[in-house]
Design a protein around this ligand. Structure first.
Ligand code: SF4
Length: 371
């Protein structure tokens, strides 16, 4: 089966840490949505398997589009591919877009999962990040969605923020658990070049946290959420039983996906990746360009190692042998030896995996196993 990703790169306000491709020029949003229907028609043959398993509206801020507009995109997909067995349809939303009217309209669509960009339940952190919402609005949005029947909900949180670890972080995590959200994505802040935070760091008004702080906070996130019953199933992702993100989990197991919209990425499930290289402005005028990349066998192997070791299930050794050959498998096992001895890797059931509480150091393990 295949996945459909629809990228809506529009934001009302730019967050202090964000280096994603996005634009605040909202006037071209309606024309961009129109072009998306045309792009779907144009790329109807991209996916070998025409059965769509999940749809994901990401951004940017997809909740800036009306629920009816999201449904029209799903309807177009349904005319082009087989959407009769959809397992999950997610929309990313900003808490202040989650009004009563918006939720009522969303319930009339096929969207059955909402991913809320909350980031923190502390107003000082939200102001620092230049987010549009307050902690109270975030809580209201969660409750409003739950009251409307959206139990399958995810929230994003950010940790590793200078001066806001400790109690502030603990309270955000506890609030998430108290609200019984089904899924939490918890990301470590990265100071990216050309962001407001990067400028603050250069000016000495803000500091990147040190490795010791990162480790401590990663441990707090792991401990608080797993104690509350969440399964730590990917470096940055925690789910209540039965609530893993199906769309994202399928990315990590290498399923094919078609990305629609300016800046969206696609993968043919084998070796070809492509990215829509048009800006939102160009795209809204119907100018759709692509950059493609063909992965070498070595890149395919490295990619499999990377995504697998970031997940709780880890590397399937039988799969490595059958897809990449026994030489690759033997070489990788030899490189894994020192990590098996240190306990940073575990071998069981024909798999190699990193214990979730050690996910933070996964980059070092992963790189050492690359081809
Ligand atoms: S809402 Fe998301 S995409 Fe938009 S500026 Fe903030 S972090 Fe970036």
């Amino acid at each position: 089966m295949s996945l459909l990703y629809i990228h809506i790169p529009y934001c009302k306000r730019i967050c202090s840490y964000c280096d994603f491709y996005r634009t605040a020029a909202l006037r071209s949003l309606p024309a961009t949505l129109d072009t998306m229907h045309r792009e779907m028609h144009r790329r109807r043959d991209y996916l070998a398997d025409k059965r769509i398993r999940t749809v994901y509206f990401g951004g940017g801020t997809p909740s800036l589009a009306a629920p009816e507009a999201l449904q029209r995109l799903i309807d177009t997909a349904d005319t082009l591919w087989d959407c009769g067995h959809l397992e999950e349809v997610t929309v990313e939303a900003n808490p202040d877009d989650i009004t009563r009217d918006y939720v009522a309209a969303l319930r009339r669509t096929a969207v059955d999962r909402v991913s809320l960009g909350i980031q923190s339940f502390d107003d000082r952190v939200l102001r620092l990040m230049n987010r549009r919402h307050t902690a109270a609005e975030a809580t209201d949005a969660v409750k409003r969605l739950q009251d409307a029947g959206y139990e399958n909900m995810s929230i994003d949180l950010i940790f590793g923020i200078d001066g806001f670890g400790g109690r502030v972080l603990d309270e955000s995590l506890q609030r998430a658990a108290e609200l019984s959200v089904a899924h939490v994505s918890a990301y470590h802040l990265t100071i990216e070049p050309r962001t407001l935070f990067a400028r603050r760091v250069e000016e000495g008004k803000m500091h990147e946290v040190g490795e010791d702080v990162s480790e401590r906070e990663f441990g707090r996130v792991h401990d608080i959420l797993t104690d509350a019953g969440y399964e730590h199933y990917e470096v940055s992702n925690y789910a209540m039983p039965g609530h893993r993100a199906r769309h994202n989990s399928a990315y990590w197991t290498g399923e094919a996906y078609l990305g629609i919209g300016p800046g969206a990425h696609s993968f043919d499930g084998d070796r070809e990746r492509c990215r829509c290289s048009s800006t939102a402005e160009e795209y809204s005028r119907g100018e759709i360009g692509f950059e493609t990349e063909t992965l070498s066998p070595g890149q395919q192997f490295d990619e499999y190692v990377m995504v697998s070791l970031r997940c709780a299930e880890g590397i399937d050794m039988a799969y490595v042998e059958s897809r990449f050959g026994s030489q690759h498998a033997a070489k990788m096992l030899a490189a894994a030896d020192r990590w098996l001895e240190s306990g940073d890797l575990i071998a069981d059931g024909g798999r190699l995996r990193i214990p979730p509480e050690r996910f933070l150091i996964s980059d070092a393990v992963i790189e050492s196993l690359f081809e």
